[in-house]
Design a protein around this ligand. Structure first.
Ligand SMILES: Cc1ncc(COP(=O)(O)O)c(C=O)c1O
Length: 385
C-alpha cells in the first residue's frame, strides 16, 4: 500500500523537522545504573522510585509464581485469567489505601481508559486538569462525556466550570493526576474534594507517581496533611511498586461495577501471575518499611535545595528549558558527565516547555545527587549561580 507508507513517512518527516521524532533507545537497567549506546550512566529517568523492580524478594516471588502458574494468565479475568494471586493483591491494595475494595487492571493506561467510561457518558460532564496524563484524556474522550480542561491546579476555574455547567448534566467527574507526572507538583485535592461535595461531583485522583512516595507512609496524595476524601483512587503498579499493572481503590460497589462494565477489565487478558506476585511482594516491602519509602522525596528535596529550586513535592523535579532542541542538548551534556536525564518534549508536555525531568529513587547516593546538581549548574542554560 503505497499511500499508507507515504502517509507514515510524511508524518515522520514532519516530526523530524520539528525536533520531535522519537526513537526507543535500547537500555539495559541494573538498579540505578543503565547501559545505553555503549555508555554506563547513572539514571535519573526511571520511575522505579523504590528500586523494587530488582529487589531479591520481589524477583523471587515472580519466579516462584511463574513456576507454579506459568507465564501467562491465559484469558481475561472474567473467563479463566483470574488466578489465585489476584485476590491477595487486591486485598492488600485496599488495606493499604484504606478503601473497601480494589480492582487491578492490565496497566495504568488501561485502568483510566476503562474506569472513566464506566462512570460517565454522553449525558455527563468531566473536568480534567490540563496537565493530566494522556490516559485520563483518553478515558475522558472514550466516555463521550462533555469534557472541559481546567487550568492547571486552578480551583477557581473548576468552581466556575461547575457553576456554569453542572446543572445541565446528570453526573459529573473531576479527574486529575494526584502527583503530576511531568511537573512533580500536587493536585489541590482538599479543595477539589470540597467542590466535588458541593456540586455532587465525583473525584478521581491518578496517583501513578504518588503511591509509595507521598502521603502517610507512601499511601499516596490522598493521604497528605491528614487525608482527603477521594472516592476514586487510581494508580499504577509500574512505578514505585516496580512492576506492571494498574488499580482502582474505591468502594465495594464501584469496584464491582468496574468488574462488570470497565471494558479494559472485561475484554483484556489478566496480568501474568509473575507480575501479580511481584506486586504483592513489593507491597509488603512498602507497608513494612516507611523509612525507606520516605527516601525518594528526601532525595528530590536535597537536589532542589542544592539548586535553589522550589521545594520538591514528590520524587519528580522538572527543569524547564523551553525548546525541544535545547532540552536534547542539555540532556546530551549531562550524559557527558555520566548522568541519564531524558529530555521530555511535546506532545508529552506543552509546546515551549520542553524540559529535563529528574526522577529520584531511594537508592540514589546523596553524593551523586550533589554531583548531579553541580553538573546541572554547569551544563543547563539559565541555572548558573
Ligand atoms: C499519571 C500517570 N497515569 C498513568 C500512567 C500510565 O500507567 P502505566 O504505565 O501503568 O500504563 C502514567 C505513566 O505511565 C502516569 O504518569
Amino acid at each position: 500500500m503505497r499511500s499508507l507508507d507515504e502517509f507514515a513517512l510524511g508524518k515522520l518527516a514532519a516530526l523530524e523537522h520539528a525536533g520531535l521524532r522519537r526513537r526507543p533507545v535500547e537500555t539495559a537497567r541494573a538498579g540505578i545504573w543503565v547501559e545505553r549506546e555503549g555508555r554506563r550512566l547513572l539514571s535519573f529517568s526511571c520511575n522505579d522510585y523504590l528500586n523494587l523492580s530488582g529487589h531479591p524478594a520481589v524477583v523471587a516471588a515472580a519466579v516462584a509464581a511463574a513456576e507454579r502458574y506459568g507465564s501467562g494468565a491465559g484469558a481475561s479475568r472474567l473467563v479463566t485469567g483470574n488466578h489465585p494471586l489476584y485476590a491477595e493483591l487486591e486485598t492488600r491494595l485496599a488495606q493499604f489505601k484504606e478503601t473497601e475494595a480494589a480492582c487491578v487492571f492490565g496497566s495504568g493506561y488501561l485502568a483510566n481508559s476503562g474506569i472513566i467510561p464506566a462512570l460517565v457518558g454522553s449525558d455527563d460532564l468531566i473536568l480534567v486538569d490540563e496537565l493530566s496524563h494522556a490516559c485520563i484524556n483518553a478515558g475522558a474522550k472514550l466516555s463521550g462525556a462533555v469534557l472541559h480542561r481546567y487550568r492547571h491546579t486552578d480551583v477557581a476555574h473548576v468552581e466556575a466550570l461547575l457553576e456554569a455547567h453542572r446543572s445541565r448534566h446528570v453526573r459529573a467527574l473531576i479527574a486529575t493526576d494526584g502527583v503530576f507526572s511531568m511537573d512533580g507538583d500536587l493536585a489541590p485535592l482538599g479543595a477539589l474534594s470540597r467542590l466535588a461535595a458541593r456540586f455532587d461531583t465525583w473525584l478521581l485522583a491518578d496517583d501513578a507517581h504518588g503511591f509509595g512516595v507521598v502521603g502517610r507512609d507512601g499511601r499516596g496524595s490522598a493521604f497528605i496533611n491528614g487525608g482527603v476524601d477521594v472516592p476514586l483512587q487510581m494508580g499504577t503498579l509500574s512505578k514505585a511498586v516496580g512492576g506492571y499493572g494498574g488499580y482502582l481503590c474505591a468502594s465495594s460497589a464501584v469496584v464491582e461495577l468496574m468488574r462488570n462494565r470497565a471494558r479494559t477489565f472485561v475484554y483484556s487478558t489478566g496480568l501474568p501471575p509473575a507480575v501479580v506476585a511481584a506486586a504483592i511482594a513489593a507491597l509488603d516491602i512498602i507497608a513494612d518499611e516507611p523509612d525507606y519509602v520516605a527516601q525518594p522525596l528526601r532525595k528530590a528535596r536535597l537536589f532542589a535545595r542544592a539548586l535553589n529550586l522550589p521545594a520538591a513535592q514528590s520524587a519528580i523535579v522538572p527543569i524547564i528549558v523551553g525548546e525541544a532542541e535545547a532540552a536534547l542538548a542539555a540532556s546530551a551534556a549531562l550524559a557527558e558527565d555520566g548522568f541519564l536525564v531524558v529530555a521530555i518534549r511535546p506532545p508529552t508536555v506543552p509546546a515551549g516547555t520542553a524540559r529535563l525531568r529528574f526522577a529520584f529513587t531511594a537508592q540514589h547516593p546523596d553524593a551523586e545527587i550533589a554531583r548531579l546538581a553541580e553538573a546541572v549548574r554547569d551544563r543547563v542554560p539559565g541555572l548558573a549561580s
